[in-house]
Ligand binder design. Structure first.
Ligand SMILES: *Cc1c(COP(=O)(O)O)cnc(C)c1O
Length: 352
């Protein structure tokens, strides 16, 4: 017998590589290629550091109010945390306690099974169909909760709001989490459903469309009841999850709607252009409504292309996992970055 027999053992989530070398084209973690709003920069530059003597506002009122206003909700319908990973893990801890299996797609954000294992929640993954779409019928059976990334990652595929609504409506006895990390790039948000379904929790993040992955801000929206239960767990865990600087920077971002609209539109335009070019080079991919494309080449294995790109210091994401090992997930960078990637691929594939 040793203390090691009683350790909570987990297999941690593996994030995309963050190379130290600055001289790379980094398209492997779906970060935004554009800076956050200039309003965020000015708030951080002008931040009154004397204020750091105090604990931050435990209710995060300024940010909660800004987000509630932005989404047309009441403040009691918004919960904020340290990135949506923090919010999602808190939601798993709060809502998935029935002992029944929770459901999520077999190909999806690979943190879901990590949290399920961490919290000892049993789960049953549901296979995507041959077009990498979810089959709503898979979610019409008994379960202890449901989590769906919409648009899904790493596939980029978006399900319509009507499909999500059917799943939420069919499961009045479980909490259904819709993870909308990429919704601002052309997906259909489930936020309008919140007023009709008290079991629906919609989670969003500042990391992708708001260019603030480094600031760690995420949030959930749902019925007042759901949000109250989340806050009860949060205040039993750590009252001050968000720093004062993050709160101020988050408010500044939400208040700059034109910049947000402009940068997301730019990324969507670059994505659509990149799709056409990748198709010409022999890639196939499901239609993406995100800031990445999940592409397989018709003849050249993904692993080979991945290694060739890496040798050029172009980082994309590849998983050695069944079903998806022939795909590359390529984040959308600036037009210049995508041009360099496409030019390299064109030359590389010509010699194949
Ligand atoms: C990036 C991502 C998140 C987590 O983002 P945070 O940086 O923790 O806010 C959550 N879900 C999906 C599907 C993501 O791709």
């Amino acid at each position: 017998m040793s203390w090691e027999d009683n350790v909570r053992r987990v297999v941690p989530y593996v994030a995309g590589e963050q190379p130290k070398d600055q001289n790379v084209i980094k398209l492997n973690t779906n970060e935004n290629p554009y800076s956050p709003s200039p309003k965020v920069a000015s708030v951080i530059k002008g931040f009154d550091c004397d204020g750091l003597r105090r604990y931050p506002d435990p209710d995060v009122s300024a940010l909660v109010s800004a987000l509630a206003r932005h989404h047309g909700l009441d403040r009691e319908q918004v919960f904020v945390g340290v990135g949506s990973d923090d919010v999602l893990s808190m939601a798993f801890l709060t809502f998935f306690t029935s002992g029944k299996r929770i459901l999520f797609p077999d190909v999806t954000y690979s943190f879901y099974d990590v949290w399920a294992n961490l919290y000892r929640i049993s789960f049953e993954d549901q296979p995507l169909d041959e077009n990498l779409c979810i089959r709503k019928e898979d979610y019409f059976k008994e379960n202890g909760g449901i989590v769906i990334a919409n648009p899904n990652a790493p596939t980029g595929v978006s399900s319509g709001r009507a499909v999500c609504e059917e799943i939420v409506r069919a499961n009045p006895d479980s909490v259904v989490i819709i993870d909308e990390a990429y919704v601002d790039f052309g997906g259909e948000s489930c936020v309008p459903l919140i007023e009709n379904y008290d079991n629906l929790l919609v989670v969003q993040t500042f990391s992708k469309s708001r260019s603030m992955a480094g600031m760690r801000i995420g949030y959930a929206m749902g019925s007042k009841k759901l949000i109250k239960y989340l806050n009860d767990v949060k205040f039993s865990f750590n009252s001050y999850t968000m720093s004062a600087i993050a709160i101020a920077a988050g408010v500044a971002s939400v208040e700059d709607e034109p910049y947000f609209a402009q940068t997301t539109a730019k990324i969507i335009a670059t994505r659509e252009r990149t799709k056409k070019e990748l198709a010409k080079l022999g890639f196939v991919f499901p239609d993406s409504k995100t800031n990445f494309i999940f592409a397989a080449h018709r003849t050249v294995p993904a692993q080979e292309i991945f290694e060739a790109l890496r040798a050029e210091r172009i980082y994309v994401r590849h998983w050695n996992k069944p079903r998806i090992d022939n795909y590359l997930r390529i984040s959308i960078g600036t037009d210049e970055e995508m041009d360099r990637v496409l030019a390299f691929l064109k030359a590389y594939l010509r010699d194949k």
